[in-house]
Design a binder for this molecule. Structure first.
Ligand SMILES: *Cc1c(COP(=O)(O)O)cnc(C)c1O
Length: 399
């Protein structure tokens, strides 16, 4: 399956820049990057302090603005993404909110795909309208719906692809063209695809957001987020918004995620290979009614996924026979795979979206979103694929 995706898997130099990119070595000449656990910085004289505040950006003055460990993380991620600039945040949601909100004002219009992570949906549907920002949501799979919504001016367009949990794919190249014709910028939540599987900026998007909490940390230890885009967008809109509202990433969490970047492509590739095996196993199983995985030919947008992603991803979703009762019996019979709503961890994690992450939606909204009571979402970890498959097989026998 994987050989039908774009080759080579990772461009030459990817692993090297992820181990060496962005290093700020101290006078102690440490091998591994240092954790600068400091909120402030000292000046040798009052004149030096004065000049630090007039020459904005020339040196570190306060860790809400910038910090050496945080800067190493931002630089390394920026090199991987191929972006002009990057700023990190305390969580993925801080990154999503800042990326969408920092350039908006009352009277502006926002268009977004409907299949979104719960908190992203809350920002678009609940928060923005309170500030006089008009929002419209469309079926992200249907380019004609995008075309209709973007026949009027829009300032910001937001989408998530693949989406959580039903793995809908948005055609980033086509939506970027429509966004620019409508006078806006396209902001992409690239969290499910990770920075190694999909390059939204190369497809025409203007801004990319990540939750470092997920695959970038990769071992479920810390919260974090990042926004990447043009130098002008970051300087004119995002940086002042973050500086003055303050959702700064802790240097310690930045260090964890900086070190996470070193192994990101190795982990994600392995998780994708296992995900393919698991999806193939599930799609042939009698107690599975539907398997959703962008890397399977049965995915309704498999061709588009192949065009814009390097592999099918680390997430698999499926409908278990027997509705909610069947799904719960399956989850409760798992021994290796853990029940948890997090994702992108080294441990395989599974969740029942209808009663957890998407519980706040009405039954009608869940139906529109394709989130049935039988749906289970599985985030593939780093365990042996045979052990994951065997655990799923045993648990399905209990259904
Ligand atoms: C987890 C997630 C977020 C939010 O990230 P946090 O680090 O939890 O704040 C946003 N979008 C998607 C698709 C996610 O999976």
């Amino acid at each position: 399956m994987s050989d039908s995706f774009e080759e080579p898997l990772f461009p030459a130099g990817t692993h090297t820049l992820l181990t060496h990119g962005g290093v700020l070595r101290s006078p102690h000449m440490e091998t591994s990057e240092a954790i600068y656990m400091t909120s402030g910085y000292v000046y040798r004289s009052a004149e030096e302090a004065e000049s630090a505040f007039t020459n904005d950006g020339s040196r570190f003055v306060y860790s809400r603005y910038a910090n050496p460990t945080v800067q190493m993380f931002e630089d390394r991620l920026r090199l991987l993404e191929g972006a002009e600039a990057c700023r990190s945040t305390a969580s993925g949601m801080a990154a999503v909110f800042a990326a969408i909100f920092c350039s908006l004002k009352a009277g502006d219009r926002v268009v977004a795909s409907r299949a979104l992570f719960g908190s992203c949906l809350y920002i678009i549907a609940q928060i923005l309208p309170r500030y006089g920002i008009e929002t419209e949501m469309v079926d992200g799979r249907d380019i004609e719906k995008w075309r209709a919504a973007l026949s009027r001016p829009a300032k910001v367009v937001f989408c998530e692809t693949p989406s959580n949990p039903t793995m809908e794919i948005v055609d980033l190249k086509a939506v970027a063209e429509l966004t620019h014709a409508a006078g806006g910028i396209l902001v992409v939540d690239n969290i499910f695809a990770t920075p190694v599987l999909q390059k939204p900026l190369a497809l025409g998007a203007d801004v990319v957001v990540y939750s470092g909490t997920k695959h970038i940390d990769g071992q479920g230890r810390s919260l974090g987020g990042a926004v990447l885009g043009s130098a002008a967008f970051i300087k004119d809109h995002l940086a002042p918004f973050l500086k003055h509202t303050g959702p700064a990433l802790s240097p310690f969490n930045a260090w964890i995620q900086l070190k996470g970047l070193e192994t990101l492509p190795l982990r994600v590739e392995r998780q994708c290979r296992t995900a393919e095996e698991v999806a193939t196993f599930l799609s042939a199983h009698g107690k599975i009614e539907r398997t959703i995985y962008p890397g399977l030919a049965s995915h309704p947008q498999h061709d588009l996924a192949k065009r814009q992603m390097r592999l099918g991803g680390t997430m698999v979703a499926f409908d278990v026979a027997g509705g909610k009762a069947g799904a719960f019996r399956f989850l409760n019979a798992l021994r290796l795979v853990l029940i948890s709503n997090n994702l992108g961890d080294s441990k395989s994690l599974t969740t029942h979206p209808a009663t957890t992450t998407h519980q706040r939606l009405s039954p009608a909204e869940r139906q529109t979103a394709g989130i049935a009571d039988s749906l289970v979402r599985l985030s593939i970890g780093l365990e042996d694929s045979a052990d994951i498959v065997s655990d799923l097989e045993t648990a399905l026998a209990a259904v």
